[in-house]
Write a protein that binds this ligand. Structure first.
Ligand code: ZN
Length: 120
């Protein structure tokens, strides 16, 4: 499968094993991919609408948006177009925990995420 996020998406799936179980799995993945693409398209439209509201109300420029996106991209130390949410220390027991879990695996502390983006 191939694709780009901002450009026009193109998806190609090559299946060499044509057993019915494999074909069903591929069909299931293709359906899931289509659903994800619809969600991405909708999120892009929502982000564009939000940006236009913010841009107009705060008199911001496209250059300022590019700079902010680059600043966020660099939070993990790499300018690679990816966002990596780092593991963090539990505020209760001070052990390193993954934000993939809602609770600390060591002490059970809840609400480990400090921003909404850490919950994605
Ligand atoms: Zn803990």
């Amino acid at each position: 499968m191939t694709g780009t996020f901002w450009g026009q998406r193109e998806t190609t799936v090559v299946v060499k094993d044509t057993s019915s179980k494999t074909l069903n799995s591929v069909q299931s993945l293709a359906t899931e991919l289509q659903q994800q693409e619809k969600k991405i398209d909708k999120l892009i439209m929502i982000n564009q609408a939000l940006w236009l509201f913010i841009k107009e109300h705060l008199n911001l420029t496209e250059e300022e948006l590019f700079a902010k996106v680059e600043e966020i991209d660099l939070l993990d130390g790499k300018l690679d177009g990816k966002v990596k949410i780092q593991a963090k220390k539990c505020p209760k027991c001070d052990r390193v925990v993954s934000l993939k879990h809602d609770k600390c695996l060591y002490c059970g502390a809840e609400h480990l995420a400090e921003t909404i983006f850490e919950t994605i």
